[in-house]
Write a protein that binds this ligand. Structure first.
Ligand code: PMP
Length: 286
């Protein structure tokens, strides 16, 4: 994705897409000292842009990093990048990372914290699953304990097992994989949160061991506004067979129905799933 026309905002200024490079001894490349955001701009306005910028700074702090730009400066940089590329509808990817310093090693004291903001036009994350429902597998990897890694950070290190799980799932013809957490509870997919419907009520895993998605929080609020009961709680894998509908949420995924998990648990793309997907779509463009 490096050889194309366009502009990327990097360390305070716009650079040509092909020139947005880092040195091979960049600390982040070796030690995962990197945090990022995925956001969507709809009709010229980034949905919950400020919340994403705040989360980016918070993720950096969890990794002992301080981004040298304020939320306001990050907001301005995102719009500068979008304008330079002529986009009103695009995905926005901000990434903050430790660069190369005067020494190389695990310690990064004194290494500059750098910030880059790129974007691209990105349609439906799960392709035609948006209407047909995604078939997802179950990962052999577990979301780690908060005592192992800062699970609330949107940090590169947490994505190593996401890429491995996604590849394993895709190799078997699935769109994605669902993780259990370190305790065995149902957690999230590799880049999206998960929801279930049972007898008209919604159940979603408690976000105590994975990213509490901004889309997840938005969807919970939209459901409660409709008067629908939402239970945020620990969900056992044995409960999967009791749920009638299922969907994934994420900035890129938006609301994507799930038709089956591991070809064992099947779900209907029911009225509530279709309704919340449409409500979300209207909400982000409002
Ligand atoms: N979990 C993971 C692992 C993710 O990568 C994402 C996408 N950022 C989400 C959940 C959903 O988060 P959000 O709704 O904030 O995009």
């Amino acid at each position: 994705y490096d050889d194309r026309d366009g502009k990327i905002w990097m360390d305070g200024k716009l650079v040509e897409w092909r020139d947005a490079n880092v040195h091979i001894l960049t600390h982040a490349l070796h030690y995962a000292s990197s945090v990022f955001e995925g956001e969507r701009c709809y009709n010229g306005k980034i949905f919950k842009g400020i919340e994403h910028s705040q989360r980016l700074r918070a993720s950096a702090n969890m990794l002992d990093m301080e981004i040298p730009y304020s939320v306001e400066e990050i907001e301005a940089a995102k719009y500068e990048m979008l304008k330079a590329n002529g986009w009103t509808d695009a995905y926005v990817r901000a990434v903050a990372f430790r660069g190369a310093g005067s020494e190389m090693g695990v310690s990064a004291v004194g290494n500059p914290v750098r910030l880059a903001i790129a974007g691209w036009e990105w349609g439906a994350y799960y392709g035609d699953a948006k209407t047909k429902g995604a078939r997802i597998d179950i990962s052999k990897w577990k979301r780690p304990s908060p005592e192992t890694i800062p699970v609330a950070a949107k940090a590169a290190g947490l994505y190593m097992i996401c890429t491995m799980s996604k590849h394993a799932a895709q190799a078997k013809g699935y769109s994605d994989a669902l993780f259990m957490d370190y305790r065995g509870y149902v957690a999230e997919a590799t880049g999206a949160n998960i929801f279930f419907v049972k007898d008209g009520e919604v159940h979603t895993p408690l976000a105590d061991a994975f990213l509490n998605g901004i889309t997840r929080q938005t969807v919970i609020q939209l459901l409660r506004d409709k008067g629908i009961t939402v239970h945020e709680r620990h969900i056992e894998p044995s409960e999967l067979e009791t749920f009638q509908q299922c969907w994934l949420t994420g900035t890129a995924a938006e609301v994507t129905p799930v038709s089956s998990i591991a070809d064992i648990y099947n779900f209907e793309i029911g009225a509530l799933t279709l309704d919340i997907a449409e409500t979300y779509e209207r909400h982000v463009r409002a």
